[in-house]
Design a protein around this ligand. Structure first.
Ligand code: NAD
Length: 516
């Protein structure tokens, strides 16, 4: 008997024993920095590639987190070929056997929870709590998708047909190219990988070059948990050389991508092309960017709305696809609201997240630092700066949490994904204008609406168009199987990761009937 799924609890760091354990994990990881990690294809380790690349700590870019063998097109092709050959066996493994691997992965992750989180503090600058949430979500994905694979393997309900025995089976598809982002470097990377594998597919995993060490560490856990060689193949390297190659390869059957709109649209286009000898249309599961909103009505619980606004805008430096980057506020409370958000934002602490007194860490890399500081310059033209605005690159990629008010819906700050600690606040006349402004985007990932008015809440639930809508709570923090996650329009294919339909995307349904 497998127990019902339950979300992994978050760690309470106010307990001295938990804080001490996390400090010990940070020290432990600190002693392991700078190691080298191979490419692994079919269990074979490739260490002596022509080139390598290093991953550095965004709080201190001189600190090398790890160095990786750098994949190229040739190795990427080999990985797809090995995955295709391994698929011929793995596709027959019973669902329970595949799920058991995930349950073992979850157990190991739980045992090494603080260690995995400590890697994220070092490699991408997550605070303790943000890293702990990321690891908990990775555990949840393993536990949840394991259970879902077992459920999908059960006999499926069909209307009986006279004189026939009928059945419907969800069968695996083939080689899956898994291409994750760096911002949930454990949870999203692990979630897409294990979803593909537990459904009976084989995987070529190309981690983000900003978070390859976390992925390498996770790959070691997969091996330790008994994932057979060749089921998941690990090929770090450039998006263009490795990513493009695994997307283009005619033996690739499906692609699971999470990342930016630009790269996602490129993959959609490439996936539509049919390569030599290819006998299928590639399936592309694409989860992309967001321009998420918090909408605050005149009758909202003021303090809740201020807290939800600030925490969803600046948690992990605003580098979440679900981050609140536009706050739309009813004119009756606008001035007071802007003041309260600005005051709360100014109090946020910024610095190396190894020190838990820092709520915010650095942005992930130099190009992100440049992009965010460019948007701050644009914001100064498009609105009025009310908090933050400063950035300091002397020790790491640090940008103060920044708030602009008076941003018009036509402004770039209102329309473009920034993916950093920059919040735009916009004034709305009334409820109707709040809804119209919230929906005035090409994206459609998350949104929050704050009000105490039941009739308006009912309307908002119906009319606000985004994949994950929250009422009277912040727009970040989706829980596996509590808030299946995925967006509309340019936010992607609405895959609903962490939901009961997710594994269907990694399978195809075969209907069989036998005359009796
Ligand atoms: P990105 O698009 O730059 O990179 C994502 C992945 O694609 C990386 O592994 C990268 O190496 C790879 N890649 C780059 N070029 C490629 C190519 N030509 N072919 C194949 N692969 C290629 O995104 P990022 O900066 O890593 O992540 C941030 C973005 O991800 C934001 O836009 C954010 O909103 C989005 N995101 C979306 C979700 C969601 O669920 N919708 C979740 C997290 C992040």
């Amino acid at each position: 008997m497998i127990a019902d799924f339950q979300n992994e609890p978050f760690t309470d760091f106010s307990k001295p024993e938990n804080a001490a354990a996390f400090r010990a994990a940070l020290e432990h990881v600190g002693r392991q920095l700078g190691k080298t990690y191979p490419i692994v294809i079919g269990g074979r380790r490739y260490r002596d590639t022509k080139e390598t690349f290093s991953s550095t700590n965004p709080s201190n870019p001189k600190e090398v987190i790890g160095t990786l063998a750098k994949g190229d097109a040739k190795l990427a092709i080999r990985a797809v070929e090995v995955a295709a050959a391994t698929f011929e066996e793995w596709k027959w493994a019973p669902a329970r056997e595949r799920a058991d691997v995930l349950f073992r992965v979850a157990r190991i992750l739980r045992e090494r929870k603080h260690e995995m989180s400590a890697w994220m503090v070092h490699e991408v600058g997550k605070s303790w709590a943000e890293a702990d949430g990321d690891t908990a979500e990775a555990i949840d994905f393993c536990e949840f998708y394991g259970r879902q694979a077992i459920r999908l393997a059960q006999p499926q309900p069909l209307t009986p047909q006279p004189g026939e025995d009928t059945e419907l089976k969800y069968i695996p598809m083939g080689v899956c190219a898994v291409i994750p982002p760096w911002n949930f470097p454990l949870a999203i990377m692990a979630g897409m990988t294990v979803a593909a594998a537990v459904s009976g597919n084989t995987v070529v995993l190309k981690p983000s070059s900003d978070a390859p060490v976390i992925a390498a560490r996770f790959f070691e856990i997969l091996e330790e948990a008994g994932m057979p060689d060749g089921v998941v193949n690990f090929v770090p390297g450039p998006g263009a050389a490795v990513g493009d190659t695994i997307v283009d390869h005619p033996k690739t059957r499906l692609i699971a991508f999470t990342g930016s709109k630009a790269v996602g649209l490129g993959i959609a286009e490439k996936a539509g092309r049919v390569g030599p000898g290819q006998i299928w249309i590639k399936r592309a599961i694409l989860e992309m960017g967001g321009k998420d909103f918090t909408a605050v009505d005149e009758d909202a619980n003021f303090d809740d709305a201020v807290s939800g606004t600030v925490s969803a805008a600046f948690g992990f430096q605003g580098q979440k696809c679900s981050a609140n980057s536009r706050t739309i506020v009813h004119e009756k409370i606008y001035k007071k609201f802007v003041e309260a958000v600005a005051a709360k934002t100014e109090k946020l602490t910024l610095g190396d997240p190894r020190d838990p007194k820092n709520f915010m860490g650095p942005v992930v890399n130099e190009s992100q630092y440049k992009a965010v500081t460019d948007y701050i310059r644009i914001g100064r033209r498009e609105g009025k700066l009310v908090a933050g605005g400063a950035a300091d690159r002397r020790t790491g990629w640090f940008v103060r949490p920044t708030v602009f008010e008076g941003i018009k819906p036509s402004a770039r700050l209102f329309r473009e994904e920034i993916f950093g600690p920059v919040l735009a606040i916009t004034k709305a006349r009334d409820f109707e204008e709040i809804l119209a402004m919230a929906n005035a985007t090409e994206y459609g990932l998350t949104g929050a609406y704050y009000s105490r008015d039941r009739a308006k809440i009912t309307m908002a639930k119906r009319l606000l168009h985004c994949g994950n809508l929250y009422i009277n709570r912040k727009c970040t923090g989706a829980m596996v199987d509590g808030h299946p996650f995925g967006g509309f329009n340019m936010s992607g294919t609405d895959s609903k990761a962490g939901g009961r339909d997710y594994l269907l995307l990694f399978t195809q349904a075969k209907s069989i009937s036998e005359r009796v």
